[in-house]
Ligand binder design. Structure first.
Ligand SMILES: [Zn+2]
Length: 508
């Protein structure tokens, strides 16, 4: 059957009837609707994608997609069973769930009642003019402190409203129990907690997965495989708002809430081969433990018949490109998990109390990771000022970053003995070894970086010929490539005296 399908597909692509995989949806494309498709094996996924289906979950040989009527018809032509899923909702906020306007009002009231520990601001508006409300909860909310920042995001898919409810309940719990419950008070005092309960308010208002412009926000972020330019330009407006917010802040730990399955999903979501079995990130073992921390405290999730222990690697389930969690990890140095909190996308509102009970302790337990590993302050040895620095653990190909406002970093790690390499522009690199990380609170390693000596451009602690050449190169605006081609005449990877003279002559 597969060979026949491939032949038909090639023919369709040749006559231009379907978009090849990866082609972007048109803005005015009719809204895609959820549907079950079967029987599907992993090889068939590429056919589904080529026919315009967005893959949203896989259980055995049954796949939930989002597709247009045309996509479903084409799949049936190819011999698949394809049946639309109806949850009985009309195109509006589900019964018993707050509207986006209700959510804004609730958040304003909460923030007004707790001015000492809460701030509310809009990170921007949706295409239909709805605010994307961001809540900040911490003691001294006007001041950046040496505290890990964490982020919860709900409602990236507008037809998955329970995540928004989990965010709202979490906010209320922290605010209403501050000063009364010691453990919750400590969270507020020692952490900076950010919550974006509803990233896609237009989709939420319409009961749609997509934005008002038909975009899937969890396919819209920079992606290390297919779209590796870390810029907000050209992306959906909601994505631009969140990226710009993230550039200004430094979350280290995060969750994005979805529904439609019951599982914690951890990076990576993709490798170059979309049909590979697993996408291991440099922090794979850490992500597995972090996922277990969450899933093991959520009773129905931990007993999942589909996902052992209630967790899965992103790609091991199915590949996505442009997802938020890979972006946060790769570019922001922030460990984000995708929590699928309910098999039913929009459970009846009467089920929300139980949903909250199942997730509350898991959310708090997961947050403990933000205070594990190694933390500290990176400062300039001469001025004492905080430094924008990159921190890399020896042997792990992944960077985390200081919050440049305070200079604090928080590198989560499993128990073990580690070495850190700290780098910052204009400073000598520092290495710290034999750092013992245990199960409890993070080890503290503060580092003061020595500024580069005047003229020591290459940071080798000597001002030599190479520095002089590089200085001239910078002054003359010569690219590194040009320098290599022009100056390393004998090709030994270094620039010697004769070669330097060559460069000087070339510049003058
Ligand atoms: Zn989702």
């Amino acid at each position: 059957m597969l060979r026949t399908l491939r032949a038909i597909l090639c023919a369709l692509i040749c006559i231009g009837w379907v978009l090849p995989a990866g082609a972007s949806a048109l803005e005015d494309e009719p809204f895609k609707k959820p549907a079950w498709v079967s029987p599907v094996d992993r090889d068939h996924l590429r056919i589904l994608s080529a026919l315009g289906a967005d893959i949203d979950g896989i259980w055995g040989d049954v796949v939930r997609i989002y597709g247009t009527d045309e996509t479903l018809a084409a799949l049936r032509e190819l011999g698949f069973a394809a049946s639309p899923i109806s949850d009985g909702r009309k195109a509006r906020t589900a019964a018993g769930y707050p509207t986006p306007a209700d959510i804004g009002k609730t958040l304003s009231e909460l923030a007004a009642r707790h001015p000492g520990i809460c701030r509310l601001h809009s990170i921007g508006q949706s295409p239909q003019g709805r605010d994307l409300w961001m809540v900040r909860i911490t003691d001294s909310p006007e001041i950046e402190e040496d505290e890990p920042e964490v982020l919860f995001v709900g409602g990236i898919h507008g037809d998955e409203p329970p995540g928004t409810i989990l965010c709202l309940r979490f906010i209320s719990m922290l605010l209403e129990n501050y000063g009364a419950d010691a453990a919750l008070t400590e969270w507020v005092d020692e952490t900076e907690i950010w919550v974006l309960p509803l990233m896609n308010p237009d989709g939420y208002a319409a009961g749609s997965r997509y934005t008002a412009r038909g975009e899937d926000l969890n396919r819209s972020f920079p992606d290390r495989i297919r779209d590796a330019v870390n810029t907000p330009t050209g992306r959906p407006i909601e994505t631009r708002h969140l990226m710009n917010w993230a550039f200004d802040h430094s979350p280290v730990l995060s969750i994005s809430f979805h529904t439609g399955a019951l599982v914690v999903n951890y990076p990576f979501d993709a490798v170059p081969d979309p049909y590979a079995a697993y996408a291991e990130s440099p922090d794979d073992a850490l992500f597995i433990e972090q996922s277990r921390t969450y899933a093991s405290r959520n009773p129905p999730m931990s007993q999942s018949p589909w996902f052992p222990g209630g967790i899965t690697n992103g790609l091991a389930w199915y590949a996505i490109y442009g997802g938020m969690q890979d972006w946060f990890y790769v570019w922001q140095g922030c460990n984000q998990l995708t929590v699928e909190a309910s098999d039913i996308k929009t459970p009846p509102s009467t089920a929300l109390d139980e949903l909250w009970e199942d997730n509350r302790d898991a959310m708090l337990a997961y947050l403990t990771w933000s205070r594990r590993g190694v933390r500290g302050l990176i400062t300039n040895r001469q001025t004492g000022e905080p430094v924008a620095a990159t921190i890399r653990v020896a042997g792990i190909d992944h960077d985390v970053f200081t919050d440049p406002d305070v200079g604090d970093y928080h590198r989560m790690l499993l128990p073990g003995v580690y070495g850190l390499v700290v780098r910052a522009e204009g400073c000598y690199e520092e290495m710290v070894s034999d750092i013992v990380v245990g199960e409890g609170q993070a080890a503290r390693v503060d580092v003061s970086l020595e500024p580069l000596k005047k003229g020591d451009v290459d940071g080798d602690r000597k001002v030599g010929l190479a520095d002089a050449v590089r200085s001239l190169q910078v002054a003359a605006g010569i690219s590194v490539e040009t320098l290599r081609r022009g100056a390393d005449v004998d090709g030994d990877g270094r620039i010697g005296l004769a070669e330097a003279l060559f460069v000087l002559n070339a510049i003058q």
